[in-house]
Structures are given as structure tokens and as C-alpha cells.
Ligand binder design. Structure first.
Ligand SMILES: *[C@@H]1O[C@H](CO)[C@@H](O)[C@H](O)[C@H]1NC(C)=O
Ligand SMILES: *[C@@H]1O[C@H](CO)[C@@H](O)[C@H](O)[C@H]1NC(C)=O
Ligand SMILES: *[C@@H]1O[C@H](CO)[C@@H](O)[C@H](O)[C@H]1NC(C)=O
Ligand SMILES: *[C@@H]1O[C@H](CO)[C@@H](O)[C@H](O)[C@H]1NC(C)=O
Ligand SMILES: *[C@@H]1O[C@H](CO)[C@@H](O)[C@H](O)[C@H]1NC(C)=O
Ligand SMILES: *[C@@H]1O[C@H](CO)[C@@H](O)[C@H](O)[C@H]1NC(C)=O
Ligand SMILES: *[C@@H]1O[C@H](CO)[C@@H](O)[C@H](O)[C@H]1NC(C)=O
Length: 333
């Protein structure tokens, strides 16, 4: 009773504080019509054009010449489905695009909701335009009984210049494995780098980003989707973004209090506020136009939507990042 009353009192204080000032800045207002985005990846070509990639639509491609839009849905990475023969090959989740060997590499996931029969695949393009992507198929897979689920891939380059693939979703959460030099196959056993011990162990959407002398591991924690406006999960159980950092791309990643992310550590970067509900699927990119780091994520509109809290209206969130404390603090863009 006492504990419950105490918790309720804290929630009441937070609610009051929230109406005064949100702890998080609002995302950049976007011009143009609504477009769906989930688990975004954002890359800018040398000519300045922005390419945004999304879950569903066979790994949808959305482009713009200005960050604040208008954004145009132009096609898919895999219009003819993935060559990986697993259920979900005609859907495609969480494309992760980055530039290597003079080409754009898109790691993507083939799976279905709640299944561990999942695979990470790779498609390569020299322009990122629809019709230019060549599917190279399977990079790595998981199956029932593994500690991990091979979705939400992210390729990063470690302190020795070697490629490392981060991935994972629920089960024992976030893992890393090394890739061959040609970036097409995994050549080590996966190692766990982040784990939330509270059931249902809800971590996914990992990526590793180097800034100054640290590697930062960002994760999305909580429930991503399937919200119903009058039956939301308890506040805080929906998606939100945590970070930890390490001097190595392989960890151990510690949060601002020194807690290891393998022991349910994580410093909150972004949570629900105002119109932004369940933000996650995050990634960072450096805008060549302004030379600024941009924090990119999706969120479910809680107010400004034809159907509040409905993830069919999942939207693009863009914020700036203040790194001056050694930890990422979001700013207005
Ligand atoms: C993609 O997959 C769907 C569902 O299995 C199938 O109906 C469709 O024919 C496939 N498209 C191609 C080009 O193979
Ligand atoms: C998809 O398949 C069609 C028909 O075979 C082909 O013309 C087209 O080039 C393919 N698209 C891609 C991106 O592979
Ligand atoms: C990948 O899938 C195959 C079955 O197609 C399975 O034998 C293998 O164990 C899977 N790999 C992992 C790491 O689970
Ligand atoms: C990539 O390298 C591995 C060994 O490091 C090799 O087995 C594989 O065939 C190579 N793949 C391609 C597409 O070159
Ligand atoms: C994956 O990590 C790389 C390197 O840190 C970053 O450039 C890229 O944006 C990340 N992508 C996603 C989708 O997390
Ligand atoms: C761990 O999971 C619980 C239950 O969803 C959640 O309340 C908590 O914020 C999570 N913590 C981290 C660091 O992921
Ligand atoms: C969410 O929106 C979609 C598209 O408008 C609609 O089909 C679906 O029924 C909505 N779901 C809920 C739970 O309202």
C-alpha cells in the first residue's frame, strides 16, 4: 500500500511537471503529406539528396531534397521480395543502409511477429534509387531455441577497422558478431552486449555510433506497436530509447551511472512526450549540409493523427544532438 501510494505520488508529480515543461524537445515539423516510417535509416548522397528507408513496403524508399520535406515515397529496396526463403520475405523489416567500398549496403531483416525463424540479408546499390538494388541474400539467421533473434541489423566499424554486426530483439536481447571483410557473412559466434532482465526482456533496434573517443550503443526498449488508444500499456512500457557507451565497439557499454547494459543498464535519451508516443527504431546520421549530427527515429502520434496511438500512422522524428556532456542530449533541429 505504502509503496503503491508513493509510486502514485511520484507519477502525479511527473504528470504536473510534464504539463509545465517536457524533458524532451519536439521533433522538426515536416512539410508535405503524411508518409509511414518505422525503424528508419537515413542516408545523404554526395549530391545532397536524402534517402530514408523504412520497415514494410518491401523496405520502402522515401526521398527528399530538404530534411524538413516534403518527402516522397519512391519505391522499395526489394520490390521482388527477398531471395531468403522464409515467411516475411515479401515484407522486410528495419533496413540499415551505410556506405562501404564505394557502394551502399542495406542489411535487412526477414521475419514475422514473435518468430525466431528470422534472417538478416544484404542488398547492395551504387545509387540507392529504386531498381538499383541487387539482393545478395542471407548473411545470418536464427531459429527456435537460439538465445537471440536475428532482426534489426546494424553494421558498424570497430576501433581496429573491422566490421561488427549488432542485432537482436527480445529473447536475450542485443548481440554482436563479426563480419567477413567483404561484409557478406558472419564469422564469429554472437556475444551478448545488452540485456534487460525484466520480462518480457524488451530490447531491440540496436545501433553503434562513434563520437570522439567513445562508441555509443543505442537501443529501443519496450513495446513498439499494436497500441489501442483506450487500452495502452502501463506508462513507460512503450518504446523509448536508452544509451550506454564504451571505448570499444564491442563493449562493455556502461550507462551514465556506470551500470553495464548487460545488467539492465541504460540512460534514457528519449521517451514519450506531447504528441510523441513510443519513440524508437533510432539512428544517427551526419547532415553534410549543416555538418550536424541528426537523431532519427519513428514515433506514434498521440494527438495529431486521424487515429491517435495507431501505429499505422508511425511518423518520422528528427532532432539535433548536444554531445557536450559526453552523453547525447536531444535538441531542437
Ligand atoms: C512476393 O511474395 C508474395 C507473397 O509470397 C507473392 O505473392 C509474390 O508473387 C512475390 N513476388 C515476386 C515478384 O516473386
Ligand atoms: C523484378 O522483377 C521484374 C520481372 O522479372 C524485373 O523486370 C525487375 O527488374 C525486377 N526488379 C528488381 C529490382 O530486381
Ligand atoms: C539457420 O537456419 C538453419 C535452418 O535453415 C538452421 O539449421 C541453423 O541452425 C540456423 N542458424 C542459427 C544460428 O540458428
Ligand atoms: C566473402 O568472404 C568469404 C570468406 O571470407 C567467402 O566465403 C565468401 O564467398 C565471400 N563472398 C563473396 C560474395 O565474395
Ligand atoms: C548503423 O550504424 C552505422 C555506424 O555507426 C550508422 O552510420 C547507421 O546509421 C546505423 N544504422 C541504423 C539503421 O541503425
Ligand atoms: C527494462 O524493461 C522494463 C519492462 O518493460 C522497463 O520498464 C525498463 O524501462 C527497461 N529498462 C531498460 C534499461 O531497458
Ligand atoms: C489504425 O488505422 C488503420 C488505417 O487507417 C485502420 O485500418 C485500423 O483499423 C486502425 N486501428 C485501430 C486499432 O484503430
Amino acid at each position: 500500500m505504502l509503496r503503491k501510494g508513493f509510486v502514485l505520488a511520484i507519477i502525479a508529480c511527473l504528470a504536473v511537471a510534464n504539463t509545465v515543461q517536457s524533458p524532451f524537445p519536439d521533433p522538426l515539423p515536416l512539410k508535405g503529406p503524411f508518409f509511414f516510417v518505422h525503424d528508419p535509416s537515413l542516408v545523404q548522397r554526395p549530391d545532397g539528396k536524402y534517402f530514408l528507408f523504412t520497415t514494410h513496403d518491401k523496405a520502402g524508399i522515401i526521398t527528399a531534397t530538404h530534411l524538413d520535406g516534403p518527402w516522397t515515397v519512391v519505391g522499395s529496396i526489394l520490390p521482388n521480395n527477398s531471395t531468403i526463403q522464409l515467411p516475411g520475405r515479401d515484407d522486410i523489416w528495419a533496413p540499415d543502409v551505410s556506405f562501404h567500398n564505394d557502394q551502399y549496403y542495406a542489411y535487412y531483416a526477414v521475419s514475422t511477429f514473435g518468430s525466431q525463424d528470422s534472417a538478416i540479408g544484404l542488398a547492395i546499390s551504387s545509387t540507392m534509387e529504386p531498381g538499383s538494388w541487387v539482393d545478395h541474400g542471407l548473411v545470418y539467421n536464427s531459429t527456435t531455441g537460439d538465445d537471440f533473434n536475428t532482426i534489426d541489423p546494424n553494421l558498424s566499424i570497430d576501433e581496429h577497422g573491422n566490421p561488427v554486426l549488432s542485432f537482436g530483439s527480445f529473447w536475450d536481447d542485443i548481440f554482436q558478431a563479426s563480419l567477413t571483410k567483404n561484409l557478406t557473412a558472419v564469422n564469429s559466434n554472437p556475444v551478448g552486449v545488452s540485456f534487460n532482465s525484466t520480462s518480457p526482456n524488451p530490447e531491440e533496434g540496436a545501433f553503434v555510433w562513434k563520437h570522439d573517443s567513445f562508441f555509443y550503443l543505442f537501443i529501443s526498449s519496450g513495446l513498439c506497436c499494436g497500441f489501442v488508444a483506450d487500452d495502452l500499456p502501463p506508462p513507460g512500457d512503450e518504446y523509448k530509447v536508452f544509451v550506454g557507451r564504451s571505448t570499444s565497439a564491442h563493449g562493455p557499454f556502461l550507462d551514465a551511472k556506470g551500470i553495464d547494459m548487460r545488467d539492465t543498464g541504460g540512460t534514457l535519451v528519449l521517451g514519450s512526450h506531447g504528441n510523441v508516443y513510443a519513440p524508437g527504431g533510432q539512428v544517427i546520421f551526419t547532415d553534410r549540409t549543416t555538418n550536424k549530427d541528426v537523431f532519427v527515429y519513428h514515433y506514434v502520434p498521440a494527438i495529431d493523427s486521424p487515429s491517435p496511438y495507431n501505429d499505422s500512422f508511425s511518423s518520422l522524428g528528427l532532432n539535433g544532438i548536444d554531445w557536450s556532456s559526453g552523453w547525447p542530449v536531444l535538441t531542437e533541429l
